[in-house]
Write a protein of this length. Structure first.
Length: 110
């Protein structure tokens, strides 16, 4: 079994190679190890993180839907899990979960 940090790095590398990463923003606790690395292992940045990896798809109208995204994740032993209401899905692996979040547009007063 691969540990979640190695899996995280592997996912980032594959997403970059497949031109997927440019349409995503990493959010949540997995940003912390990236910041820690970027800021020369600053002791002020905690290393705690959850087991879920969250990406915002910041403009889902412009993103090219990569038909091989499912294939990529399945090759890494991820399975799709649908919510009970069917309004979202996430990708589950024994070491990590991935969610792709999209902003709600058109809600609220302007």
């Amino acid at each position: 079994m691969i540990n979640n940090e190695n899996l995280f790095l592997k996912i980032l590398k594959i997403f970059e190679k497949k031109d997927i990463l440019k349409n995503l923003i990493l959010v949540g606790s997995w940003v912390l190890p990236v910041y820690k690395e970027y800021f020369n292992n600053s002791p002020d940045i905690p290393i705690l993180r959850t087991t879920d990896l969250d990406f915002i798809v910041y403009d889902y109208h412009k993103i090219k839907i990569h038909r091989d995204l499912l294939k990529i994740l399945k090759e890494l032993d991820f399975e799709i899990q649908y919510s009970v209401l069917g309004n979202f899905q996430k990708f589950i692996h024994p070491d990590l979960e991935i969610e792709f979040l999209t902003p709600q547009k058109g809600k609220g007063n302007r």
